[in-house]
Design a binder for this molecule. Structure first.
Ligand SMILES: Nc1ncnc2c1ncn2[C@@H]1O[C@H](COP(=O)(O)OP(=O)(O)OP(=O)(O)O)[C@@H](O)[C@H]1O
Length: 258
């Protein structure tokens, strides 16, 4: 089966006034349909840059990249992905429903279709009944769920998530992690998820990509042996702790090599 994302020897150097920044070096990675892939690594190792390449928002300076079997730019134009950022980024003057409707308006969906999709995605993220509220009337966790609903509303197969829960407290984050796994199981989307948290990466992923900085590259790719069904207390299991340990080792090795 063609991978959803296929990167081969990807390189990206930014030219800045302070000189060249080698943000990605020799990044090769295949991501299959329905995988949940986390990217973890210290600040500046190129996690966001890689996501932006997949999104067709940055142009690599070397290597090849295919998304859904086409160029990242063509995939972007075909609306292959939804993008969720660290800050929920909801428009304060629009209701929650209005925010979710925005991409659907841009894409020219019919009134009925817009209403149906807003209703369905709100249900999917457990926000039914909040359509008419404004972002400020929701907690941080709920705002982030609304932002996920917006990214899901046009039913793209890929969800790119850049530290979506980074700004939330641990209890809220735990709950959203559980909900995200349930949502992933229900929708079968391919997830690319950036995080700084080892437990979050291990809990969520089928594959963990450990990155290291200067230049940004992959130092380890871990295929998770954990079952798809993951109660939160799986974090106390031996397998979980072993994977977390391997991630930590990968991060350390990457820092030492830099
Ligand atoms: N548009 C740009 N122009 C110049 N340099 C850039 C640009 N975007 C990113 N960089 C640099 O590329 C490197 C990788 O940045 P990137 O944001 O991808 O890292 P990151 O791993 O996502 O970091 P963080 O965890 O802090 O978000 C950094 O050194 C950054 O300063």
């Amino acid at each position: 089966m063609t991978p959803v994302v296929s990167a081969h020897a990807l390189d990206l150097t930014f030219q800045t006034t302070d000189g060249a920044v080698h943000a990605l070096k020799d990044v090769s990675l295949d991501i299959g349909a329905g995988e949940f892939v986390s990217f973890i690594g210290p600040s500046g190792c190129g996690k966001t840059t890689f996501l932006r390449c997949v999104a067709g928002l940055e142009t690599p300076t070397g290597g090849t990249l295919a998304v859904n079997g086409m160029s990242a730019d063509a995939a972007r134009r075909a609306r292959a992905y939804g993008y969720v950022f660290q800050a929920a980024g909801l428009y304060p003057w629009r209701t929650i429903g209005g925010n979710i409707r925005l991409p659907l308006e841009i894409m020219g969906f019919s009134e009925d279709e817009k209403a149906r999709r807003v209703r369905e995605t709100l249900e999917l993220v457990d926000l039914a009944g909040f359509e008419k509220k404004y972002p400020w009337q929701l907690s941080g966790g709920m705002q982030q769920r609304a932002s996920i609903a917006r990214a899901l509303s046009f039913d793209a197969g890929i969800l790119l998530m850049d530290e979506p829960f980074g700004a939330l407290d641990e209890i809220v984050r735990d709950r959203l992690n559980e909900e995200l796994l349930a949502l992933w199981a229900r929708t079968g989307k391919t997830m690319l998820f950036v995080t700084h948290s080892i437990p979050e990466a291990v809990y969520l992923s089928t594959k963990i990509v450990v990155m290291s900085p200067r230049p940004g590259r992959i130092s380890d790719v871990i295929e998770s042996p954990l079952p798809k069904e993951r109660p939160l207390d799986i974090r106390d299991s031996r397998e979980f702790i072993e994977i977390a340990h391997r991630v930590r080792e990968g991060l350390r090795a990457g820092m030492e090599a830099a």
